[in-house]
Design a protein around this ligand. Sequence first.
Ligand SMILES: [Zn+2]
Length: 208
Amino acid sequence: MNTQTIIDISIPLSPFTIVYPGNPQIEIEEIKSEASKSTISKITSGSHNGTHIDAPKHAIENGKSISDIPLDVFIGHCRVIDCTADTEAVSRETLESNHIQSGERILLKTSNSQKGYKEFYPDFVYLSPEGAQYLSELGIALVGIDYFSIKQKGSTDNRPHTLLLEKDIPIIEGIDFSQVEPGEYTIVAFPLKYMGIDGAPARVVLLK
Ligand SMILES: [Zn+2]
């Protein structure tokens, strides 16, 4: 028996899932086959809906696609960092105070998780460009954040995407940390095996 606790930090996917403005909504159409008496569903969705992973191709020309990233990046030790005191953006200072090491998987818990995911709000907490630069220079393995984008809505400063993705650091977006205390865990976050595209949904869990 597995004695580890599994904490599901994925957002439920349905036609009611909020999506980032401009992204395709999730549509699910149930199709019944009279002949075989079976049910299948036709699913329509953007690649960045719900809990999902950004690949370099999302923001970098000729960058790696989601299927190019080795799976060992998506499983292993991780740290959930408490960023709830940062009310606008996760600052470099907050990251520095956590003594992050090269090669770590770092998940940013902000106040977004307390607000929930029932409606979209544009003033979500994002990763500051200076914070992204710090994590990029450190060379972490993976970063995650608890809203549908890691960068500020409406900002033309794309560094939170580009600085991380040009170093082949995948970004998990749309994580729900409402039931998660900061600390150390094992993460399992395998993206669906869509070939050659910019990102894909993932069922992301923490093991304690
Ligand atoms: Zn994304």
